[in-house]
Design a protein around this ligand. Structure first.
Ligand SMILES: Cc1cc2nc3c(=O)[nH]c(=O)nc-3n(C[C@H](O)[C@H](O)[C@H](O)COP(=O)(O)OP(=O)(O)OC[C@H]3O[C@@H](n4cnc5c(N)ncnc54)[C@H](O)[C@@H]3O)c2cc1C
Length: 465
């Protein structure tokens, strides 16, 4: 297939393509976009070989990532936009109720092949393997929500960014390539499919029972248009100030994490465009100081979106216990366990933490903002994720509480970044620090006395479009 590196493409079963099928089926799950989507382009090109069009199916359920109404709404908003943009390309999108294991095999009965995108959590992998086992045509996975495919960059879990970075760098160039945008051989808009009407989200959600009935995050509308808009805005106003990213009130980060975590924008596109920036005249508008800082800001942002993001994926891929305390490095578990006998000044229950009723005003504000808006700036997350250690008797309990809060409320939660991010607070991908009570060798985080105590004003600055 043109311009899609071979390592991105994996056959998941031994069945052959079915040239007599009515269409190529793309089961969309992890990449809610039609721009720069290698799985979609692969499906279109395969369809062209058989003179068939492409049908895209999305399965709506309330498990895993979609267990929160907040994230399901984000997905629905992205899908409504996709329905139109795919239709303009002659591709029908069918959003259907049910799990992929139940639905994809029946859709595939009349398909030439099933194409799927790649996701990394335990449940995602089980579902893909189960589908591959039960369909009777070829099942092909195309991995394009990472820059370098996870098994290409490293054959095992890497302990630190320091060892991971050069492995990524060694493989980067051949993966910095976007798929060609192809035209489907045939339109599938007239294929008769039972599907949900996406005009009324409330009606759809009424029919679902969410384990976490959390309100939608209004500041983060789903969809690839919004992802693109945020990316452009960051290039214009954020990147030249990225050196201030540790100040949560500076609004100097991209706020792209929900869009990346739902695949609304391609990380390959971001990296390519980032590298083109220095050639672009839009930097003429920068001050001298900003221009001077630009190369280091670009390098710092690239390190986050490439190294940090992809080492998180490496972690969940190669660590079966990624969602438990046992997934942490041995030294981190040991030091925390040894320090579990140290006195805690306060103990709070999960429910007190959830409602922002701890002794720490700053932490409470961050938590309440998370409950309401579904997103936190990166540096705040680090402080927020670590503090439960001070308020629980067992470090494993602190880890569990932080992860649960993250999974319930973060719009980008229940994702590799979430599991590795909470893990980092408890020693993952980090080095031992000077020993302290309760923390042991884990890097502690305290509040800078000069940090503002009221974050509420700054939200509106951060999220202005
Ligand atoms: C306790 C805790 C919980 C976290 N939970 C999540 C989560 O649920 N989902 C999630 O995607 N990230 C999570 N992170 C990682 C990181 O904090 C967020 O990705 C970041 O805050 C997103 O903000 P941004 O898009 O403005 O980041 P930017 O600084 O603009 O970075 C650009 C992109 O790079 C990626 N990235 C940056 N830092 C990291 C990192 N440390 N790990 C993985 N990817 C990174 C993200 O995709 C991010 O959108 C967590 C970190 C911590 C410490």
């Amino acid at each position: 297939m043109s311009k899609i590196p071979e390592e991105r493409i994996q056959r998941l079963n031994l069945c052959s393509n079915n040239p007599g099928g009515k269409f190529v089926l793309y089961w969309m799950d992890a990449s809610l976009r039609q721009r720069n989507n290698s799985a979609l382009e692969y499906a279109i090109e395969l369809g062209a070989e058989y003179k068939k069009g492409v049908v895209v199916v999305y399965c709506l359920h309330t498990k895993g990532r979609l267990s929160s109404r907040r994230r399901a709404r984000f997905a629905l908003e992205s899908l409504r936009e996709l329905e139109k943009s795919l239709s303009a390309r002659g591709i029908q999108l069918a959003v259907v109720f049910g799990t992929p294991q139940e639905l994809i095999p029946s859709f595939s009965a009349t398909a030439c092949a099933v194409i799927m995108d790649c996701a990394y959590l335990r449940e995602d992998r089980i579902i893909r393997n189960e589908i591959a086992r039960t369909v009777s045509c070829a099942c092909i996975q195309v991995e394009d929500n990472v820059v370098v495919p996870v098994e290409t960059v490293s054959p095992h879990a890497d302990y630190s960014a320091k060892s991971f970075r050069p492995k990524l760098a060694a493989n980067l160039d051949r993966f910095l390539i976007l798929p060609d945008r192809s035209v489907p051989a045939v339109s599938t808009l007239n294929v008769n499919l039972m599907k949900l009407d996406l005009s009324d989200f409330d009606r759809i959600e009424e029919l679902l029972t969410f384990p976490y009935d959390v309100s939608p995050a209004g500041d983060f509308p789903g969809g690839e248009k919004m992802a693109e808009k945020r990316w452009r805005r960051f290039l214009k106003y954020g990147l030249s100030r990225y050196d201030q990213r540790r100040n949560p009130t500076a609004c100097a980060t991209s706020a792209l994490s929900p869009y990346l975590s739902f695949g609304c924008i391609s990380p390959v596109q971001i990296l390519i465009q980032l590298r083109e920036i220095l050639k672009d005249d839009f930097w003429i508008s920068c001050s001298d100081e900003q221009r001077e800082l630009l190369p280091s800001n670009i390098a710092a942002f690239e390190d986050e979106i490439l190294t940090r993001r992809e080492i998180a994926i490496n972690y969940v891929w190669y660590t079966p216990q990624y969602d438990t305390f046992e997934g942490l490095p041995r030294w981190a578990q040991r030091t925390l366990e040894l320090r579990s006998v140290d006195d805690r000044e306060y103990i709070f229950t999960f429910s007190e933490m959830k409602s922002g009723k701890t002794c720490d005003w700053y932490w409470n504000q961050a938590q309440l903002e998370l409950v309401k808006f579904g997103w936190m700036p990166p540096h705040t997350r680090m402080y927020w994720g670590k503090q439960p250690l001070l308020w629980t008797r067992e470090p494993a309990e602190a880890f569990r509480y932080a992860l649960r809060l993250n999974d319930i409320y973060q719009l980008d939660g229940f994702s590799p970044g979430g599991f590795a991010g909470v893990g980092w607070c408890y020693g993952l991908h980090d080095l031992p620090f000077h020993a302290r009570p309760i923390w042991g060798y884990i890097r502690p985080m305290t509040r800078h006395p000069k940090q503002p105590t009221d974050l509420s004003d700054h939200r509106s600055i951060r999220l202005r479009d």
